[in-house]
Design a protein around this ligand. Structure first.
Ligand SMILES: Nc1ncnc2c1ncn2[C@@H]1O[C@H](COP(=O)(O)OP(=O)(O)OP(=O)(O)O)[C@@H](O)[C@H]1O
Length: 262
């Protein structure tokens, strides 16, 4: 496969908010070094200092470049393992680039991670912690509380239960509701909408539209292409860590579905 990336289009009339420049992300993982293993053989290996686990490199993002402008809602699509989540984490500043860089005007927030939710605490406590972690003052947190509970629309009583008792959909709704309680300079949403039901998806889309007006840029990773098409004004298609296409949602999604049959 060629390494050629689509040329980065620069629009001088719009304000850039995220610039990704020849970004490379490499994970380093330790393999077992081959062979069958159990605790005793592993111990022997340690004692004898032999057959040390080999370090493997996984080159997840391979020279990605693009510019996101204020007001953009960018959907990121690609098959499993194409590097979508890695790209979002790198934009959020959670993974160091092996080469190249990411420049953002303002604070990026990866939905769910930045909210720092804790499973053992109740939904209610998590709302307070999440809001404070996002930088809201205690007064602003109080003001937003009811709006968040209403938006998350959990089953009655669940807001006072630990989050460990929530289904994945309920957890995703609460995380989304907390993250949506303030505007973000750069908002990164990874599959959060995949678990919600149709009604929640509609409300989330409306919320994203609202946030887009004030936010700098929104990035959305979703396997559900309808959600991407309805929500985004631009789509980036990642293939094996490289940009295959970047542009109008209809065009990119058509090419993507034609190529992958998804
Ligand atoms: N923490 C990690 N350590 C090592 N390798 C990783 C890690 N996270 C992802 N990878 C690898 O990086 C590559 C890209 O993974 P990534 O999760 O970014 O893909 P994705 O497009 O989001 O996939 P999916 O659609 O399955 O969520 C894959 O080869 C994956 O195995």
């Amino acid at each position: 496969m060629s390494d050629a990336q689509p040329a980065v289009a620069i629009d001088p009339t719009r304000e850039p908010i995220v610039v990704v420049d020849d970004l490379h992300i490499i994970y380093r993982v330790y393999g077992s070094g081959g062979g069958r293993g159990n605790a005793a053989t592993a111990l022997m290996r340690v004692v004898k200092r032999e057959n040390r686990p080999q370090m493997k490199e996984i080159h997840a993002v391979r020279g990605v470049s693009f510019i996101a402008y204020r007001g953009d809602a960018i959907g990121v699509v690609g098959t499993n393992g194409s590097g979508k989540s890695t790209l979002l984490k790198a934009i959020a500043g959670l993974l160091p680039p092996a080469k190249g860089g990411v420049y953002t005007d303002g604070q990026p927030s990866l939905l769910g991670v930045n909210a720092a939710l804790m499973k053992d605490l109740t939904g209610s406590r998590n709302i307070i912690l999440g809001c404070l972690a996002m930088g809201l003052t205690p007064e602003e947190t109080k003001e937003k509380y009811d709006e968040i509970v209403k938006f998350a629309d959990l089953k009655p009583g669940f807001i006072d239960y630990p989050m460990s008792t929530y289904s994945s959909g309920m957890g995703a709704r609460l995380r989304f509701a907390i993250a949506a309680a303030r505007t973000h300079d750069v908002m990164l949403i990874d599959e959060a909408l995949a678990t919600g039901d149709a009604k929640f998806k509609r409300r989330s889309k409306a919320k994203i539209d609202e946030l887009r007006k004030d936010a700098g840029a929104v990035f959305l990773v979703a396997h559900n292409l309808d959600v991407i098409e309805e929500t985004c004004n631009r789509v980036i298609w990642l293939d094996e860590g490289r940009i295959k296409m970047d542009g109008d949602p209809k065009e990119v999604l058509k090419a993507y579905t034609d190529a992958t049959g998804k």
